[in-house]
Design a protein around this ligand. Structure first.
Ligand SMILES: Nc1nc2c(ncn2[C@@H]2O[C@H](COP(=O)(O)OP(=O)(O)OP(=O)(O)O)[C@@H](O)[C@H]2O)c(=O)[nH]1
Length: 324
């Protein structure tokens, strides 16, 4: 002790602490109402675009993981879809996925946007969280850049009270701005000690273990939904049938052939997706191809087909086929 406090060099002390502290590794997930900023926060923590973000709710349907590698800890982020009142079989399945994820992680981060009143949707989620007793829960006030400090303070108080009302205490309460990169590093600092002692679970360099085909499908789905969400909010599913390098290409000019089907529920929706003279579908193809090329780092030929999967949201067999 005496030797430590006499040490004049704080850097060396930090070094020593780093050497003696056990390495930790584990899983965390962010939950919260749609549009709360979960995907953006995941991306900010990981430092690269891995989850799909958009300015509209419920684009994250699949569980996408980002991995934060630090000297002292490895944090694996599981990005879940938003929990919502189920109206269809698909909705119920999604909620099951969410709850299963919650029960399996080491830390849960509840995301509440600073600029939105704490509402019934948030209470519904936190009530569910209160039932998961063993897992530490952090309240994260997102988008702190959008409000003045007074409003931020009120939000911090409101979420703290909600915990009290429901009979549990948040392990931490912290405001962040993923967009302004404010307190994002601190959030990782707070999560790390809550993880179990463990060597790294993934090799360094892995940013995500989401299968590429699922991520590609998500990128296409995101592009296909753009501008038509009000007409087709939950009626689009995308399945990548095949991803193959084109044969007979020179080594320095590779091309990846991707065949994907865009499923809609009713024949009448075909026109909305395809657009006049196929213009819209072409735009969807161009846009998603650019994102896919950025993701995979290789030129892509994208072949898109629109197919009708009648009432797939309500048919368990169709749901399984589409991977739910
Ligand atoms: N100003 C500001 N905007 C943010 C911040 N974080 C997210 N946003 C915006 O909020 C919107 C929703 O963010 P997402 O990360 O897609 O939210 P989400 O919770 O993952 O949404 P779902 O996938 O629908 O559940 C996007 O338009 C983001 O750009 C932030 O820190 N500041």
């Amino acid at each position: 002790m005496g030797a430590m406090s006499a040490r004049p060099n704080p850097e060396a002390a930090a070094q020593q602490a780093e050497n003696t502290a056990p390495h930790r590794a584990g899983f965390a997930c962010f939950v919260g109402r749609p549009n709360a900023g979960k995907s953006t926060l995941t991306n900010a923590l990981v430092g690269q675009k891995v989850a799909i973000t958009s300015n509209r709710p419920q684009t994250t349907r699949h569980t996408v993981r980002g991995i934060v590698h630090r000297p002292d800890a490895q944090l694996i982020l599981v990005d879940t879809p938003g929990l919502h009142k189920p109206r269809t079989l698909l909705g119920e399945r999604l909620n099951d996925v969410v709850r299963t994820t919650w029960a399996e992680v080491d830390v849960i981060g509840f995301c509440l946007p600073a600029d939105q009143k704490l509402g019934p949707g948030d209470k519904y989620i936190v009530k569910e969280l209160a039932g998961i007793k063993k897992t530490p829960k952090i309240a994260i006030i997102t988008k702190s850049d959008l409000v003045e400090s007074k409003q931020l303070a009120e939000q911090l108080l409101a979420v703290s009270r909600l915990g009290e009302e429901l009979g549990f205490e948040w392990a931490e309460i912290i405001p962040v701005s993923a967009v302004k990169d404010d307190q994002v590093g601190l959030l990782a600092d707070l999560i790390a000690p809550l993880l179990p002692e463990s060597p790294p679970l993934y090799p360094e360099g892995d940013l995500t273990d989401e299968p590429e085909m699922v991520m590609v499908a998500e990128l296409i789905r995101e592009a296909a939904l753009e501008g038509v969400r009000d007409e087709l909010p939950h009626s689009i599913a995308v399945v990548v049938e095949e991803m193959l390098p084109r044969e007979d290409r020179p080594a320095d000019k590779p091309l990846l052939d991707i065949h994907a089907n865009v499923y809609i529920e009713r024949p009448s929706q075909k026109g909305i997706i395809i657009g006049p003279k196929g213009k819209r579908l072409k735009e969807v193809g161009t846009k998603s191809r650019k994102h896919i090329e950025a993701l995979l780092g290789t030129p892509v030929f994208l072949d898109l087909h629109v197919k009708v999967a009648k009432d797939w949201q309500r048919d368990p067999k169709q749901l399984r086929k589409l991977g739910f």
